[in-house]
Design a protein around this ligand. Sequence first.
Ligand code: NAP
Length: 258
Amino acid sequence: MESNMSGKVAVVTGAGRGIGRAIAERLARSGADVAICARTDEELDDARAAIEDFGRNCLAASVDLADPISTKSFCDKVLASFGELHFLVNNAGAYLERGTVAESDTELWWKTVEVNVRGPYMMIRHLLDGIAEGGKIINFSSGKALTAGANSASYHVSKAGLHILTEVLANELWQRDIDVNNIVPGPVATSTFSREDPASRSTPEELLEKYKQELPTGLPKWERVKHPDEVADLVLWLAAMPKGGPTGQTFSLARRPL
Ligand SMILES: NC(=O)c1ccc[n+]([C@@H]2O[C@H](COP(=O)([O-])OP(=O)(O)OC[C@H]3O[C@@H](n4cnc5c(N)ncnc54)[C@H](OP(=O)(O)O)[C@@H]3O)[C@@H](O)[C@H]2O)c1
Protein backbone atom coordinates (compact mmCIF):
# COMPACT_ATOMS: atom_id res chain seq x y z
CA MET A 1 0.00 0.00 0.00
CA GLU A 2 1.33 3.47 -0.92
CA SER A 3 2.16 5.56 2.18
CA ASN A 4 0.75 9.06 2.24
CA MET A 5 3.51 11.51 3.05
CA SER A 6 1.58 14.66 2.14
CA GLY A 7 2.56 17.56 4.39
CA LYS A 8 5.84 15.89 5.31
CA VAL A 9 9.31 17.22 4.59
CA ALA A 10 12.30 14.94 4.00
CA VAL A 11 16.01 15.61 3.64
CA VAL A 12 18.01 13.06 1.66
CA THR A 13 21.78 13.34 1.27
CA GLY A 14 23.51 11.87 -1.77
CA ALA A 15 20.31 12.01 -3.80
CA GLY A 16 21.87 12.70 -7.19
CA ARG A 17 22.05 9.04 -8.15
CA GLY A 18 21.87 5.52 -6.76
CA ILE A 19 19.96 4.68 -3.62
CA GLY A 20 19.53 8.31 -2.51
CA ARG A 21 17.93 9.28 -5.81
CA ALA A 22 15.49 6.36 -5.55
CA ILE A 23 14.60 7.36 -1.98
CA ALA A 24 14.06 11.02 -2.88
CA GLU A 25 11.78 10.12 -5.80
CA ARG A 26 9.88 7.56 -3.74
CA LEU A 27 9.25 10.12 -0.97
CA ALA A 28 8.12 12.71 -3.52
CA ARG A 29 5.82 10.18 -5.19
CA SER A 30 4.27 9.58 -1.76
CA GLY A 31 3.59 13.30 -1.35
CA ALA A 32 6.60 14.63 0.64
CA ASP A 33 8.56 17.77 -0.17
CA VAL A 34 12.23 16.87 -0.40
CA ALA A 35 15.54 18.68 0.15
CA ILE A 36 18.47 16.97 -1.53
CA CYS A 37 22.22 17.43 -1.76
CA ALA A 38 25.28 15.93 -3.45
CA ARG A 39 28.28 17.42 -5.29
CA THR A 40 27.37 16.80 -8.95
CA ASP A 41 25.14 19.61 -10.22
CA GLU A 42 23.86 17.79 -13.33
CA GLU A 43 22.63 14.84 -11.29
CA LEU A 44 21.03 17.18 -8.74
CA ASP A 45 19.23 19.07 -11.52
CA ASP A 46 17.83 15.77 -12.86
CA ALA A 47 16.75 14.66 -9.41
CA ARG A 48 15.09 18.02 -8.67
CA ALA A 49 13.17 17.86 -11.97
CA ALA A 50 11.96 14.33 -11.13
CA ILE A 51 10.76 15.45 -7.67
CA GLU A 52 9.01 18.52 -9.10
CA ASP A 53 7.34 16.30 -11.71
CA PHE A 54 5.49 14.68 -8.81
CA GLY A 55 4.20 18.17 -7.92
CA ARG A 56 6.41 18.42 -4.84
CA ASN A 57 8.73 21.22 -3.67
CA CYS A 58 12.42 20.50 -3.88
CA LEU A 59 15.44 22.32 -2.50
CA ALA A 60 18.56 21.01 -4.24
CA ALA A 61 22.01 22.16 -3.18
CA SER A 62 25.54 21.31 -4.16
CA VAL A 63 27.19 20.23 -0.91
CA ASP A 64 30.41 18.42 -0.06
CA LEU A 65 29.68 16.58 3.17
CA ALA A 66 33.40 16.53 3.90
CA ASP A 67 33.15 20.31 4.28
CA PRO A 68 31.45 21.39 7.53
CA ILE A 69 30.78 24.93 6.28
CA SER A 70 29.01 23.75 3.12
CA THR A 71 27.07 21.20 5.20
CA LYS A 72 25.90 23.78 7.75
CA SER A 73 24.92 26.21 5.03
CA PHE A 74 22.71 23.49 3.43
CA CYS A 75 21.06 22.78 6.80
CA ASP A 76 20.41 26.50 7.33
CA LYS A 77 18.76 26.68 3.88
CA VAL A 78 16.61 23.64 4.65
CA LEU A 79 15.35 25.19 7.89
CA ALA A 80 14.80 28.59 6.26
CA SER A 81 12.85 27.00 3.36
CA PHE A 82 10.76 24.41 5.19
CA GLY A 83 10.85 25.39 8.88
CA GLU A 84 10.24 21.88 10.14
CA LEU A 85 11.19 18.47 8.79
CA HIS A 86 10.03 14.92 9.45
CA PHE A 87 12.62 12.62 7.86
CA LEU A 88 16.39 12.93 7.64
CA VAL A 89 17.97 10.23 5.49
CA ASN A 90 21.76 10.25 5.80
CA ASN A 91 22.32 8.20 2.67
CA ALA A 92 25.44 9.76 1.09
CA GLY A 93 28.56 7.72 1.58
CA ALA A 94 32.13 7.63 0.32
CA TYR A 95 34.22 4.56 -0.48
CA LEU A 96 37.42 6.32 -1.48
CA GLU A 97 40.13 3.73 -0.94
CA ARG A 98 40.14 -0.04 -0.82
CA GLY A 99 43.70 -1.04 0.08
CA THR A 100 45.37 -2.10 3.31
CA VAL A 101 46.20 0.40 6.02
CA ALA A 102 49.90 -0.01 5.14
CA GLU A 103 49.36 1.14 1.56
CA SER A 104 46.56 3.66 2.21
CA ASP A 105 46.57 7.28 1.14
CA THR A 106 46.26 9.18 4.41
CA GLU A 107 44.16 12.01 2.90
CA LEU A 108 41.61 9.64 1.30
CA TRP A 109 41.48 7.51 4.43
CA TRP A 110 40.51 10.44 6.60
CA LYS A 111 38.21 12.01 3.99
CA THR A 112 36.20 8.77 4.03
CA VAL A 113 35.71 9.21 7.77
CA GLU A 114 34.77 12.86 7.28
CA VAL A 115 32.08 12.08 4.69
CA ASN A 116 30.69 8.97 6.36
CA VAL A 117 30.73 10.04 10.02
CA ARG A 118 31.27 13.77 10.40
CA GLY A 119 28.89 14.51 7.50
CA PRO A 120 25.88 12.71 9.04
CA TYR A 121 26.82 14.02 12.51
CA MET A 122 26.81 17.61 11.15
CA MET A 123 23.50 17.06 9.35
CA ILE A 124 21.91 15.75 12.54
CA ARG A 125 23.50 18.40 14.77
CA HIS A 126 22.34 21.31 12.61
CA LEU A 127 18.88 19.98 11.74
CA LEU A 128 17.90 18.39 15.04
CA ASP A 129 16.07 21.43 16.43
CA GLY A 130 13.95 21.45 13.26
CA ILE A 131 12.93 17.77 13.38
CA ALA A 132 9.28 17.43 14.36
CA GLU A 133 8.03 15.18 17.14
CA GLY A 134 7.51 11.75 15.58
CA GLY A 135 10.35 12.41 13.13
CA LYS A 136 12.71 9.75 11.87
CA ILE A 137 16.44 9.75 11.26
CA ILE A 138 17.63 6.95 8.98
CA ASN A 139 21.36 6.38 8.63
CA PHE A 140 23.05 4.28 5.96
CA SER A 141 25.25 1.71 7.60
CA SER A 142 26.81 -1.28 5.84
CA GLY A 143 27.57 -4.93 6.49
CA LYS A 144 31.14 -3.65 6.67
CA ALA A 145 30.22 -1.71 9.83
CA LEU A 146 29.70 -5.06 11.53
CA THR A 147 32.54 -7.17 10.16
CA ALA A 148 36.29 -6.80 9.82
CA GLY A 149 37.71 -7.99 6.53
CA ALA A 150 41.20 -7.01 5.46
CA ASN A 151 41.35 -3.87 3.21
CA SER A 152 39.04 -0.83 3.11
CA ALA A 153 39.61 -0.04 6.80
CA SER A 154 38.46 3.56 6.32
CA TYR A 155 35.07 2.35 5.07
CA HIS A 156 34.73 -0.27 7.85
CA VAL A 157 35.76 2.22 10.55
CA SER A 158 33.59 5.08 9.28
CA LYS A 159 30.47 2.95 8.81
CA ALA A 160 31.01 1.38 12.25
CA GLY A 161 31.19 4.92 13.68
CA LEU A 162 27.95 5.94 12.00
CA HIS A 163 26.32 2.66 13.07
CA ILE A 164 27.01 3.27 16.76
CA LEU A 165 26.11 6.97 16.43
CA THR A 166 22.63 5.78 15.41
CA GLU A 167 22.32 3.68 18.55
CA VAL A 168 23.55 6.47 20.85
CA LEU A 169 21.11 8.93 19.25
CA ALA A 170 18.22 6.51 19.68
CA ASN A 171 18.93 6.55 23.43
CA GLU A 172 19.22 10.33 23.45
CA LEU A 173 16.16 11.17 21.36
CA TRP A 174 13.42 8.75 22.45
CA GLN A 175 11.99 11.36 24.82
CA ARG A 176 11.50 13.70 21.88
CA ASP A 177 9.78 10.86 20.03
CA ILE A 178 12.39 10.88 17.26
CA ASP A 179 13.31 7.39 16.04
CA VAL A 180 16.82 6.71 14.77
CA ASN A 181 17.60 3.55 12.82
CA ASN A 182 20.28 2.06 10.57
CA ILE A 183 19.75 0.54 7.16
CA VAL A 184 22.16 -2.04 5.78
CA PRO A 185 21.25 -2.23 2.10
CA GLY A 186 23.33 -5.28 1.15
CA PRO A 187 24.61 -5.26 -2.43
CA VAL A 188 22.74 -2.72 -4.57
CA ALA A 189 23.22 -1.90 -8.28
CA THR A 190 24.87 1.51 -7.97
CA SER A 191 28.18 3.13 -8.81
CA THR A 192 29.58 2.58 -5.30
CA PHE A 193 29.04 -1.12 -5.82
CA SER A 194 30.08 -1.36 -9.49
CA ARG A 195 33.13 0.91 -9.04
CA GLU A 196 32.55 2.33 -12.53
CA ASP A 197 34.16 5.59 -13.60
CA PRO A 198 31.84 8.62 -13.45
CA ALA A 199 32.22 8.93 -17.25
CA SER A 200 30.88 5.44 -17.96
CA ARG A 201 28.28 4.68 -15.32
CA SER A 202 25.70 2.00 -16.12
CA THR A 203 22.06 2.28 -15.11
CA PRO A 204 20.83 0.07 -12.24
CA GLU A 205 18.98 -2.03 -14.85
CA GLU A 206 22.18 -2.60 -16.87
CA LEU A 207 24.09 -3.53 -13.72
CA LEU A 208 21.36 -5.94 -12.61
CA GLU A 209 21.50 -7.67 -16.01
CA LYS A 210 25.28 -8.02 -15.66
CA TYR A 211 25.08 -9.42 -12.10
CA LYS A 212 22.36 -11.87 -13.14
CA GLN A 213 25.03 -13.55 -15.28
CA GLU A 214 27.66 -13.50 -12.55
CA LEU A 215 27.68 -12.24 -8.96
CA PRO A 216 30.79 -10.27 -7.95
CA THR A 217 33.41 -12.37 -6.14
CA GLY A 218 33.10 -12.64 -2.39
CA LEU A 219 29.31 -12.94 -2.36
CA PRO A 220 27.63 -16.29 -1.70
CA LYS A 221 25.49 -17.52 -4.59
CA TRP A 222 22.27 -17.06 -2.63
CA GLU A 223 22.99 -13.32 -2.26
CA ARG A 224 21.21 -11.02 -4.73
CA VAL A 225 22.13 -7.59 -6.04
CA LYS A 226 19.12 -5.32 -5.59
CA HIS A 227 17.62 -2.39 -7.45
CA PRO A 228 17.88 0.95 -5.53
CA ASP A 229 14.07 1.10 -5.54
CA GLU A 230 13.99 -1.91 -3.20
CA VAL A 231 15.98 0.06 -0.62
CA ALA A 232 13.67 3.05 -1.13
CA ASP A 233 10.73 0.78 -0.25
CA LEU A 234 12.41 -0.11 3.05
CA VAL A 235 13.03 3.58 3.82
CA LEU A 236 9.36 4.38 3.15
CA TRP A 237 8.28 1.51 5.39
CA LEU A 238 10.44 2.85 8.23
CA ALA A 239 9.35 6.44 7.61
CA ALA A 240 5.70 5.37 7.84
CA MET A 241 6.13 3.65 11.23
CA PRO A 242 3.63 4.97 13.79
CA LYS A 243 4.55 6.37 17.23
CA GLY A 244 6.21 3.65 19.28
CA GLY A 245 7.88 2.05 16.27
CA PRO A 246 11.43 0.72 16.30
CA THR A 247 14.39 2.87 17.29
CA GLY A 248 18.08 2.05 17.67
CA GLN A 249 17.65 -0.88 15.27
CA THR A 250 19.34 -2.10 12.11
CA PHE A 251 17.28 -3.16 9.10
CA SER A 252 19.07 -5.15 6.45
CA LEU A 253 18.17 -6.36 2.97
CA ALA A 254 21.15 -8.73 2.84
CA ARG A 255 20.62 -12.43 2.20
CA ARG A 256 23.38 -13.67 4.47
CA PRO A 257 24.24 -13.31 8.14
CA LEU A 258 26.23 -10.13 8.67
N1 NAP B 1 25.45 0.03 -3.18
C1 NAP B 1 25.75 -0.86 -2.24
O1 NAP B 1 25.93 -2.04 -2.52
C2 NAP B 1 25.86 -0.42 -0.80
C3 NAP B 1 26.07 -1.39 0.18
C4 NAP B 1 26.18 -1.01 1.52
C5 NAP B 1 26.02 0.33 1.87
N2 NAP B 1 25.81 1.26 0.89
C6 NAP B 1 25.67 2.66 1.31
O2 NAP B 1 24.50 3.19 0.72
C7 NAP B 1 24.65 4.61 0.55
C8 NAP B 1 24.29 5.02 -0.87
O3 NAP B 1 25.27 4.48 -1.75
P1 NAP B 1 25.01 4.20 -3.30
O4 NAP B 1 25.35 2.79 -3.51
O5 NAP B 1 23.68 4.71 -3.72
O6 NAP B 1 26.20 5.10 -3.94
P2 NAP B 1 26.25 6.02 -5.23
O7 NAP B 1 25.37 5.54 -6.32
O8 NAP B 1 27.71 6.20 -5.51
O9 NAP B 1 25.65 7.41 -4.71
C9 NAP B 1 26.26 8.10 -3.66
C10 NAP B 1 25.61 9.48 -3.54
O10 NAP B 1 26.28 10.18 -2.47
C11 NAP B 1 26.81 11.41 -2.97
N3 NAP B 1 28.07 11.74 -2.32
C12 NAP B 1 29.21 11.02 -2.31
N4 NAP B 1 30.18 11.71 -1.67
C13 NAP B 1 29.61 12.88 -1.25
C14 NAP B 1 30.10 14.02 -0.56
N5 NAP B 1 31.39 14.12 -0.17
N6 NAP B 1 29.26 15.04 -0.31
C15 NAP B 1 27.96 14.99 -0.73
N7 NAP B 1 27.45 13.94 -1.41
C16 NAP B 1 28.27 12.91 -1.66
C17 NAP B 1 27.01 11.13 -4.47
O11 NAP B 1 27.00 12.32 -5.25
P3 NAP B 1 28.30 13.15 -5.69
O12 NAP B 1 29.35 12.17 -6.09
O13 NAP B 1 27.77 14.01 -6.77
O14 NAP B 1 28.68 13.94 -4.47
C18 NAP B 1 25.77 10.29 -4.80
O15 NAP B 1 24.66 11.13 -5.02
C19 NAP B 1 26.10 4.93 0.94
O16 NAP B 1 26.15 5.40 2.27
C20 NAP B 1 26.79 3.58 0.84
O17 NAP B 1 27.93 3.50 1.65
C21 NAP B 1 25.71 0.93 -0.43
